[in-house]
Design a protein around this ligand. Sequence first.
Ligand code: MN
Length: 344
Amino acid sequence: MRSSGKTGTRLQKLTELFAGKAYLLIIIQDNPDPDSIAAAVALRRLANSLANLQCSIGCGGTVGRGENRALVKYLGLNLRACGEIDYSKFDLVATVDTQPGTGNNSLPEDVRPGIVIDHHPIRRLTRAVPFTDIRSGYGSTSTIFVEYLIEAGITPETPLATALLYGIRSDTQDLGREAARADIEAIEFLYPFANKRMLSIIQRGKVPRVYYQMLADALRNARTQGPAIITELGDIDNPDMIAEVADLLLREDETVWTMCTGYWNEKLLISIRTSEESNLAEKVIKRMVARKGTGGGHLTYAGGQIPLEKGTKTERQEIEKHIEEQFLKAIGADAAQSVRLVKT
Ligand SMILES: [Mn+2]
């Protein structure tokens, strides 16, 4: 695989930034997905090899989805809780697969990252960061790191190659969702180094019994309205579930849009999906959460969060109603009739 021309210069800059530093903190998404986990492990590998840096990986929230838990277990990762980190101990902070101010990471506002590497569209606060590599045309952040590893002459060990391969496959849904040529080439590069049997085990990761209750609730609450299916999970202890349900419902024949919400950690979490890239899911989520919360994402998948002020039943009902109205308005389905997806 050829790495894009820019990677060489950027690797040089990254090496210069590492010089003289000893401790790197890598911040990933709260409730991290496989792409952010793999990207963090790849940055750790680069920092170890290029400058012998000690690295910690920090995240807020939990690893919920069965597949992601299996991946973390396989990598033997010890993720540190953002709330318990002494930031003054680190002389360099990076965010990967997420950026400052997106609302989906727990980097404190007063901690300024020195490095941001991501494939989400660039955010305002990122522009002030000394080292940035934002490639929103890429299907995954893992793909960017594959190019760095190649450029640095590092052959990925089996667990790292397996994680990166899984990160790309899951963000791009096996190259079917927003995949670029670079993602395909990265997969071809990684394949010989990855543990294929472990990939299969990870993808069929064990789930707790409550998973099925959540799935049943999701289907029971689901309504179709025009080209959309909407559902809510209520209180959840596994935030990954809203994304999983939004993906699952999008497979329905006539559905072009899905939305799933759930309450976690005094926030309403929202996932939206669309089958058409031209629908610009990222723009839709930003319109939905405007003035109330934060949101971001890609062309066909995006997420947002709205903090609850009081957490009362009334406040919840109001926010849910507001979000649903904004969603239906943004996709032009507000006039359509609402019908239950399944008989209850
Ligand atoms: Mn990603």
